[in-house]
Design a protein around this ligand. Sequence first.
Ligand SMILES: Cc1cc2nc3c(=O)[nH]c(=O)nc-3n(C[C@H](O)[C@H](O)[C@H](O)COP(=O)(O)OP(=O)(O)OC[C@H]3O[C@@H](n4cnc5c(N)ncnc54)[C@H](O)[C@@H]3O)c2cc1C
Length: 458
Amino acid sequence: MPSGEHPDERLGERWGAVVVGAGVAGLVAARELELAGVRTLVLDARDAPGGAVRGHEVAGLRLDAGAESFATRGGVVAGYLAELGLADGVCAPSGLGSWVHLPSGDGPLPRTGLLGIPSAPFASDVRRTLGPLGAARAALDLVLPRSVGADATTLGGLVRARMGARALDRLVRPIVGGVHAAEPDDLAVDAVAPGLTAAVARSRGSLARAVRSIRAAAPAGTAVAGLTGGVHGLVDALAEQAGEIRLRTPVSSIRRASGGLVVTTPGGEIGTERVVLAAPAPGLLDHLVGLGSTPDTGAAVTLVTVVLDAPALDAAPRGTGVLVAREADDVQAKALTHATAKWPWLAAEAGAGRHVVRLSYGRAGEDGPAPDLATALADASTLLGVPLRERDVVGHATVRWTQALPRPSAAHRDWVAAVRAALATQPDVAVAGAWVAGNGLAAVIPDARAAGRSLVPE
Ligand SMILES: Cc1cc2nc3c(=O)[nH]c(=O)nc-3n(C[C@H](O)[C@H](O)[C@H](O)COP(=O)(O)OP(=O)(O)OC[C@H]3O[C@@H](n4cnc5c(N)ncnc54)[C@H](O)[C@@H]3O)c2cc1C
């Protein structure tokens, strides 16, 4: 069909491309299409673009409501931000360490680890958290034969075999729960730690040596970075270049009509030559491909942000934050980020004595009610070791995220491969987003870029 012709006479609107979902994936894909001259419409069910990278205002501060950093691996995200003119805003976190909260007390997390896997199992910070016996068991990794753990397919299985249960429970499980809202025994090794399996093979089976080699190959500096003003600044910049964005417009189906595709919204049907599905709603593909199963949507996560006037927190008693081990039953939160201790730009913006603390709730398999302010304050007091009272609170906000952290299990990876294979014969339809690319901006951005480009006419 020549460009500019309507795919279906009955339809009132026609676009070169429709992108379903105005999260980062949808906006990145839409920008590629727009830059190539394809008129693009982005549809989103919510009342603001950005998905899990939205911003919100709490106590007069503009804060990230979801994601607040990005992985620096490969320089992918920083490079993309530079393309958008945001290079000057890229910033490193403060460099204060983070902690794990255990029933036996709090311990530091290894500074040179990967998802909590220590590169030096007998280092003093690891000994403090695992105890001498636990650290000695973890250090056995350096001498165990390469066959130990060689058949493990999950992250949990690999760490348990090479470093023992204590390293898994006290270091890896709290971090994996915080980042992926999932259990290490449910996660495919390479889905959460790309390249780790190959590095272990090159390191004669040793997990610690493998982590060391991966860290050595990474660019100098921290594993994550942020954006001055918050990572939602990425969404603001993208939204200017991503074509027309229509909010409060949930898409209920995508189907093929004579000469094109039709997207159904509450406002009517929209004709288009191409579609990018950048929302975790695979049922929308039912008219196009027979998938016959649904992906692993992962756990719901609730974030409680509290802004406090609490000069006692100036000393950053738990560095950039605390992850909670599952066996610790004195708090309900699974993680706390002391945002003003982590991001110097935010501390400057908040002013002396004012602090931003983010608590996250919701583990794999749990779906309880959202915690109230009193629970969040009690948890923050325990985790930071500083009494925090309701009168110290200047503002707070609770945001609940569902379907926002797909679980990177082996089953999920196979399902994604099946989706991509099923779509291979339909060159006018592409998929993008964390639900297919994996969690995190470093995975989502390059994948969404490729999805957008795949639909650009020759
Ligand atoms: C609380 C939290 C903290 C995070 N922290 C970090 C971090 O620090 N660093 C990092 O790299 N990553 C982080 N992540 C992960 C990262 O934010 C996501 O991987 C990424 O933003 C996903 O982008 P996306 O566009 O694929 O999906 P989403 O952001 O989920 O966007 C999908 C969009 O699709 C829309 N939508 C859904 N269904 C429909 C429909 N039927 N019709 C129309 N629209 C629809 C939704 O409204 C949404 O706006 C975090 C995620 C969460 C939830």
